[in-house]
Design a protein around this ligand. Sequence first.
Ligand code: AMP
Ligand code: MG
Length: 329
Amino acid sequence: MKKTGLISPGSDGLLGAEDLGKTVALLRAGEPVALPSETVYGLAANALEPEACAKIFSAKDRPFYDPLICHLPSPDFLGEFAFSCPLAERLAQAFWPGPLTMVLPKRAMIPDLVTAGLPDVALRCSAHPVFQQVVSACGFPLAAPSANRFGRVSPTAASHVLAELNGRIALVVDGGACGYGLESTIVRVAGEHLEVLRPGPILVEELEKYAPVLQPEDLRSAPGNLPSHYAPATPLSILEKDAGPAFAAKREEGKRLGLLAWEGKSEGRWEKIEKLSETLDLREAGHRFYSALRELDAAGLDAICAEALPETGLGATIMQRLRKAAHHG
Ligand code: AMP
Ligand code: MG
């Protein structure tokens, strides 16, 4: 068991020289380090070193069939690690650095372990100043999936990373709460059109300005797209409008229930309520979503009920996460 260190940026929002040196030295030595990003915390390792990436899989208990997203220091590196195309270049110019991941044919230096043996690689460029600082200093791309154990709630604060991976990794860099709080949008760039593999903070409406967007109903073929994901240990169900009697029955059995609230209108004797946004702001709801889920999960409840959000804009992204978090089995 490793002792997990914790370091923080200074008042300028960047790591000091000594802490940056320590972080980069660990990554150069093939040790994974948890880093803040604008989406969720990532567990980063040298994307060009299979042994370093293997440590990501073991720290997360992640199966090898689930490929890793690689983070570049700047959009300029796109063509170095993937076979790019004019559409990918336009998207990189429009959305990078930012929460858009592009899937493109990989170049040979990307190890098969990173792509789960697939011919494509998923690339992104983070807008978080600390992530940028570290990946730029490293001189190699960083493979960085979310810094949680496989299938569990994604971490949006350093304390969440410690709750998931304490003793399993050498270092967590604490960059505060993640801005978006939701994982990146993933698109496959296929010739002149785009295919959304995972909804995220960059909305389909924004992507459609650049190319026709396919949103396959059935994403079972997308790697790592499992029915259950982002799940708390406490059973979670989404409150349907006609679910009243079922939950009343649960209350009669003396169950301790928590509510993940949107409008907060669901009747019930809730032991604990976490409201996503007092002002019904979807961006705030995304920012708070995983930490609210984590708070409820830590409250010793028998079950968590979640109110459905409107499926427009970011609401659709949050509902996609919620459905997977509620899927059992
Ligand atoms: P995360 O664990 O949030 O970093 O997300 C990783 C996800 O990105 C995987 O579960 C896949 O769904 C997707 N992904 C990564 N690499 C690829 C790839 N080469 N092709 C398609 N999807 C990918
Ligand atoms: Mg993840």
